[in-house]
Ligand binder design. Sequence first.
Ligand SMILES: NC(=O)c1ccc[n+]([C@@H]2O[C@H](COP(=O)([O-])OP(=O)(O)OC[C@H]3O[C@@H](n4cnc5c(N)ncnc54)[C@H](O)[C@@H]3O)[C@@H](O)[C@H]2O)c1
Length: 374
Amino acid sequence: MSTRRLGIGIIGTGNISSAYLKAILGRDGLPGFPVLDVRGLADMRHETAEARAAEFGLSAMSLDDMLADPGIALIVNLTIPRAHVEVGLRCLAAGKHVYSEKPLGINFAEGKRLLDAAKAAGLRIGSAPDTFLGGAHQQARAVVDSGVLGQLVGGTAFMQCPGHESWHPDPAFYYDIGGGPMLDMGPYYITNLVNLLGPVAKVSAMSSRLRSERTITSAPKNGQTMPVKVDTHVTGSLGFASGAIVQIAMSFDVAAHKHVPLELYGTEQTLIVPDPNFFGGEVEMRKRGRDEQWVQVTVEAPYADGNYRSLGVADMALGILEDRPHRANGDLALHVLEVMEAFEHAARGGRTIDITTPVERPAPLATSLVNGLL
Ligand SMILES: NC(=O)c1ccc[n+]([C@@H]2O[C@H](COP(=O)([O-])OP(=O)(O)OC[C@H]3O[C@@H](n4cnc5c(N)ncnc54)[C@H](O)[C@@H]3O)[C@@H](O)[C@H]2O)c1
């Protein structure tokens, strides 16, 4: 167990910052990540940083003060997608490692610019999602790696909902450039699939945008309309380098459905992987054969029983302190971003797109990283 700590700052203190802070500080029954020493919170709307800081007993600071603080080595960027790269580049220029919320950028070119800048500066990039490090997903990874599924043929990935305007207080970014169901939710599904199956080699797709405007039904902007600048129903196939083929549908236009989030098909068994937006959930398997039954896989891996958002940041901080690679890393996020953007190119051009960025499956989460010991 490491007793060392890394000074971090958080930029962007909106909706999701609360989940990060609860997981880092150990609220709501979570064990906390003591390796992360939160030195301050910043937001372009300073009053939201002050409110969040007061809620968690932390300090609010200006962006400039955070960037100039020598005690802060890593900045967690929880701003909206359009600001991820701009803010990330500023942090790198100030000599800070950056962990960004997803997507890494709103297009491949800017994501690559961020990674190139980090490599040139000898700094690290990390990126959400880190849910693939959750216990249920690490258990699914162990099943895949054991070989019991047989040859991996393919699978399905479904995230279909009516959109986020019924609950998010400020949902316009979900329909702006950089939003849409693929860039918003695709990172969870595609990162998880890359963790299970390895790199994607090609993508084919069709997509639609049946409404040009949508109405917010959540407080406080109830009744206001938002322009829709991205496709909101995206379907297609992912061809993995291994030969496996996964059909995918990501939609903000579907009222209800009964598909499970992720299924993986092997020649010997099928594996049901729980919702990749969460750390836990039920992992199930069934062997081929008419008399076989679905069997629940016991989840022994840690981090399955709560919202551990920031687990990837803790792993990155430990990676920096211990001089080893971190798992939710920039190369993985850039590969996923290239794949997500390929859906747009494939749908527009009516052709299959080859994926160019190399990626390695992140190492499985070491069993030594037991709850609370990070
Ligand atoms: N809300 C969720 O449930 C959720 C879940 C997982 C991931 N995310 C991701 O987290 C990110 C943030 O989402 P959110 O829901 O917290 O959004 P939000 O709109 O609630 O909060 C974003 C915050 O970033 C600040 N901000 C924007 N641009 C900035 C800039 N240039 N400099 C400094 N501050 C800036 C805003 O003032 C705001 O306080 C997004 O990338 C989103 O995809 C959100």
